[in-house]
Design a binder for this molecule. Sequence first.
Ligand code: 5GP
Ligand code: ZN
Length: 112
Amino acid sequence: MDCIFCKIAAGIIPSKKVYENEHVLAFYDLDPQAPVHVLIIPKTHITSAAEITPENSAIVARIFEAAAVIAEKLELKDGFRIVSNCGPAGGQSVPHLHFHLLGGRDMTWPPG
Ligand code: 5GP
Ligand code: ZN
């Protein structure tokens, strides 16, 4: 297992967990870009959004269900942003599908 987020999902690398169920894990980002910065990942390895297929796409729904629960739990009443960087030009640095949930400040657009 040579993937940081697979190791976090397996508990081999510690993380500050925010939410977990059978399929999904959410934990605080080590290098937060907003007052609230949570990463939501599938527990199974999918490299990026580019690898989503009809066979594995149900996990994306599970992740967004988790995001809504987390936003409620963390009281992001004014709103939040969900981002998934994909590939080198998309700014992805960890090749395990993840969604950044950012909140606690006003977001800018375009994101840059
Ligand atoms: P990406 O750049 O791929 O969109 O996002 C990867 C994110 O993972 C970055 O925001 C980075 O700070 C975070 N990250 C990388 N390694 C670790 C780690 O070991 N633990 C946690 N909690 N976050 C990590
Ligand atoms: Zn992985």
